[in-house]
Design a protein around this ligand. Structure first.
Ligand code: ADP
Ligand code: MG
Length: 643
């Protein structure tokens, strides 16, 4: 019986025999239902079901028209999710088989009693409600598991996946079908799989939900997951599996670690900086006091001691300055600077310190490297990097300094403190020295970390570099392998070149030309200026710091080189003239411009000049003249060299 307040259940009758239909109608009314129809064909049933949306269809199997009851019931269920109950006189097997395929909600064989009809109707409605509820809860579950970016899965007690969402599949780089039925040994490295499954067993043994970190490699990428796992139980409370939700916290952990490191450094910086300030004052007072001593009244031995003390205070002051620098408390006066020029100047200084053992190569010809920075700070950064490189190359080697411009994305910038996205100058300082072990690389930038003997290193060099660079809103990176040299990269925000043009090159009346010039010059500053001048005048420029390097460049670019422009006196095995000889042996017509600052060599050269068709330019040379000579020379027919 239907409760008075509930709307009556609406049932559509599909029956081609009018008398039977009327009879059904009456019976339904008698049972408290609200009958609809009747309709005699499958087509009519489909139309009316769509229009009236009954709760149930009583469906005869043999109907008028093309469509029989089985097909009509199937269509109605598919389109409108309305269940059908077959009412038929036919009980032969084939028909019932077909009816079963339509997933009916029951069938009654004619003739039947009222009680039978009611029981079947209620069963069908109940089954349909259950199905709807199941469909609904599946849809809810799916919207959660497929909506989340976390990996969600259920495993059986043996560890085989019973269910997983597409996020799980994405992490594993597999399809859901490839995962189901497998356990972790088929999906992860043996050791990781062992750990994962041990974790699962722990959870199952405890019978409670647990949350812990998991470290796994998926498709070559290392992840840290925060996994929440717990037992899955059936209605009787028996454990039938394990559920897991794994949340990717790789990035968060990395940022946390960086923040912790930064905090540590900041604390050290504060402490050291505070002490350095105090010491600075004391030192300043000591130095003043020393100056105030009446030296002329002192004995020579006492003066000697005083000088010693004075030297020590100077050294202490330097140390204090460095501590202030790495603690990010240096005085900074920003101006627009050409980093290439500073790199060159410091290189030259280093050259004097190093002699010939270390070859200094600067590659900055085609980039303008303007930054807004404190000049002294930049000099200090470069000098520290150069000195470390020198120390790493006890047996000699190559120090290569390179300037490039790069675009820093928001994503990269986020990895560093105080760094905003945009154009950056990357200054890389690469040596061919001893390199560093991973342990050294980890601690590299810590203040007072040194691997050098007492008295050789303070361990403040790189801490200072980092402090200064960060004060300039940039960052430093190191890359190295033991025995294979090291590369340090300093990134600083780029700024536009100031006008008027930085290097005082003559602006007007510069003769332009074209062609490729191999420029060989051991003085880095000169190399840089010449290369820029030639590049700006339309030439392709290849550079080399000495004869040997020139040979290497030649070997690669021989075909394109139209002119050799070389210094006469250079360090290394090859002099300028020897280089000319070597290259002309390979390409007899090669045009050559020789430069030299030593006048004494001109007589020797005179001969070479006349016999071997070499153009000579004295150093220093007026840029306008130099360009004029080169342009004319390149336009002249190939040289024929008298034998
Ligand atoms: P210091 O030079 O006084 O030791 P730094 O802070 O400049 O202090 O460098 C710290 C340590 O880093 C050095 O002792 C050395 O072990 C290592 N290091 C720095 N630069 C290089 C390099 N270019 N090659 C090899 N090791 C280096
Ligand atoms: Mg150092």
């Amino acid at each position: 019986m239907t409760a008075p307040t509930m709307p009556a259940t609406r049932i559509l009758i599909v029956e081609d025999e009018r008398i039977v239909a009327m009879n059904l109608h009456e019976r339904l009314v008698g049972l408290g239902y609200e009958p609809m129809g009747p309709v005699p064909s499958g087509e009519a049933a489909l139309a009316l079901a769509g229009e009236l949306r009954p709760d149930l269809v009583l469906m005869d199997i043999h109907l008028e028209g093309e469509m029989d009851g089985v097909d009509a019931a199937w269509e109605i269920r598919q389109r409108f999710q309305i269940p059908s109950l077959f009412v038929t006189a036919f009980s032969e097997d084939a028909t019932l088989e077909r009816a079963k395929l339509a997933e009916p909600f029951g069938y009654i064989l004619k003739p039947f009693e009222g009680r039978e009809l009611k029981a079947n109707i209620e069963m069908a409605l109940y089954k349909h409600r259950m199905e709807e509820a199941l469909r609904q809860s599946q849809a809810l579950l799916q919207s959660v598991t497929e909506g989340t970016t976390d990996a969600v899965y259920v495993k059986d007690p043996q560890g085989r996946y019973l269910m997983c969402n597409s996020a799980t599949a994405r992490f594993l780089g597999k399809s859901v079908a490839e995962i189901l039925g497998r356990d972790d040994t088929a999906l992860f490295e043996p050791e990781e799989a062992r750990q994962l499954m041990a974790g699962d067993r722990r959870v199952l043994a405890s019978g409670a939900v647990q949350t812990y970190d998991e470290f796994v490699t998926c498709g070559g990428v290392s992840y840290i997951f925060l996994a929440t796992k717990g037992p899955v139980r059936d209605a009787r409370g028996n454990v039938i599996g394990l559920f897991g939700v794994s949340h990717d916290i790789t990035e968060r952990r990395r940022l946390q670690q960086r923040a912790r490191q930064a905090e540590k450094m900041e604390a050290i910086g504060h402490l050291a900086g505070g002490m350095a300030h105090e010491f600075n004052n004391i030192l300043a007072a000591m130095m003043l006091s020393l100056d105030l001593l009446p030296r002329q009244k002192l004995e020579p031995a006492a003066i000697e001691v005083l000088d010693e003390i004075s030297g020590l205070t100077q050294r202490s002051a330097t140390l204090v300055r460095q501590v202030l620098a790495f603690s990010g408390q240096s005085m900074i006066r920003r101006e627009v600077l050409d980093l290439a020029a500073i790199a060159t100047r410091q290189g030259k200084l280093l050259h004097q310190l190093l002699g010939e053992r270390i070859r200094f190569i600067l590659d900055a010809t085609n980039v303008s490297a303007w930054v807004e920075a404190d000049k002294t700070a930049m000099e200090q950064v470069l000098l520290n990097l150069y000195l470390n490189a020198r120390d790493a190359m006890k047996e000699g080697g190559v120090l290569r300094v390179k300037l490039t411009e790069i675009e820093v994305s928001a994503e990269v910038a986020r990895n560093h403190l105080k760094v905003a996205p945009g154009k950056f100058i990357c200054l890389s300082v690469a040596d061919t020295g001893c390199g560093m072990a991973p342990e050294t690389q980890r601690r590299l930038f810590e203040p007072f970390f040194t691997t050098k003997e007492v008295g050789q290193g303070t361990g403040l060099g790189l801490a200072t570099v980092r402090g200064l660079v960060e004060q300039h809103h940039g960052w430093v990176e190191a890359e190295s392998r033991l025995g294979q040299g090291s590369t340090f990269r300093v990134y600083l925000p780029a700024v536009a070149a100031p006008s008027p043009t930085p290097i005082s090159l003559p602006q007007a009346d510069l003769v332009r030309g074209e062609g490729t010039i191999l420029l060989v010059e051991d003085e880095p500053a000169l190399l840089l200026v010449c290369a820029r001048l030639l590049t700006r005048s339309g030439y392709q420029v290849l550079t080399a710091a000495d004869g040997e390097e020139a040979l290497a460049v030649w070997a690669q670019h021989q075909a394109t080189i139209n002119l050799l422009f070389t210094d006469m006196v250079m360090p290394g095995k090859l002099s300028g003239l020897q280089l000319v000889e070597r290259l002309r042996a390979e390409k007899p017509g090669l045009k050559v411009v020789l430069t030299s600052g030593y006048n004494t060599e001109i007589p020797v050269l005179d001969k070479a000049f006349s016999t071997a068709a070499i153009v000579y330019l004295p150093k220093p040379c007026d840029p306008a003249i130099m360009l004029q000579v080169i342009q004319k020379y390149l336009q002249s027919p190939p040289q024929r060299i008298p034998q």
